[in-house]
Write a protein that binds this ligand. Sequence first.
Ligand code: HEC
Length: 140
Amino acid sequence: MRTASKTCWIPLLMALALPAVAATQTKIDFGKAEFEANCAACHGVSGKGGGPITELLKRSPSDLTTLQKRNAGIFPMARVYDTIDGVGVAEHGTRDMPIWGRDYSVKAAEYYLDVPYNQEAYVRARILSLVEYLSRIQAK
Ligand code: HEC
């Protein structure tokens, strides 16, 4: 009797577990989400520029879908990474583009608070997800 009732539970448990498995397999596009949250205000949701706050800027945000085209057909991975990170940008420059390397460092500190973590790895992962996303939206 005991074993029989246990067997009855198995299909029920499987039925309950399946939607959970399906839900965890939904692909989250981290780079896209990151772009829409941090970049679309200036560069537009499509990446082509003309985001809602463009009028407030001195310089127009670049069309990020033509990075590859403008670089002889090769996606300028390192330059894009450095632009987002803010490498080589003067501390008080006239640049309208925010310095995300620094912003992400602050976010990492807030996120992990007392837990030991590798700040550089956190910043790098976020920037790389953005670079990878941008490489996917390049105009052919
Ligand atoms: C406050 C507005 C603003 C936000 C937010 C912003 N950008 Fe920019 N971005 C600009 C402007 C303006 C330029 C043009 C050059 C400059 O001022 O540095 C630019 C230039 C760039 C360039 C260089 C393009 C080229 O032609 O070489 C890249 C790459 C870039 N942005 C990526 C991003 C990414 C990725 C994000 C989100 C993490 C982002 N930007 C968020 C305003 C912004």
